[in-house]
Write a protein that binds this ligand. Sequence first.
Ligand code: AMP
Length: 219
Amino acid sequence: MNIILFGPPGAGKGTQAKRLQKSRGLIQLSTGDMLRAAVAAGTEYGKKAKEIMEKGELVPDEVVINIISDRLEEDDVKNAPGVIFDGFPRTVAQAEALDKMLAEKGMKLDAVIVLDVDDDALVERITGRFTCAKCGKGYHEKFERPKVEGVCDECGSTEFTRRADDNEETVRQRLEAYHAQTAPLIEYYEKAGIVKRVDGMASIDEVTRQIEQVLDSLS
Ligand code: AMP
């Protein structure tokens, strides 16, 4: 089963993808995570992507298309029961490239799950978030603090990181890019008849429940 988790930055795509990875063995393919890893490793395209990401703009289509195409060839992905695209595709050109790639590999998309959220909530959600530096568990200053202050619930680490692009100015630019370039994809997938909507303003557990319900209806 292959799905796209779709929605603006801060909608909860990454949080939900990690939960589905655990519950169903699907593999999360986050182009944002892959680009951040390339930035951290200082690779050639990482250097180019860094500036663009810090401005909140989209990196060129061919860069992310190549990253995804390479990743789909790796054994863990090939052997998994399916994948969750998180943050990809973000433009019509990327969606068309994905269709082509999947057809070539004999794969198909089962659903595009749209997390419906109000724009107003997103800036607060994003600017408050932080992550365990060791295991990657996500937290939020207001909505999901660690049970013991300064200690990760999952792995006990005391180091946390924040994304360089999670500041208010960049978030506004990312939202603009979403509305101009990415939101039109909903119509693209409506035509394919695979769009399913969930209430992204509900609690994290409730959103998971709604997504699981959609996935159960597919299998
Ligand atoms: P994300 O972690 O999905 O919020 O992505 C962080 C940043 O990485 C975005 O603001 C873009 O600059 C870049 N990025 C991630 N995925 C894509 C994509 N599919 N197309 C273009 N740029 C992307």
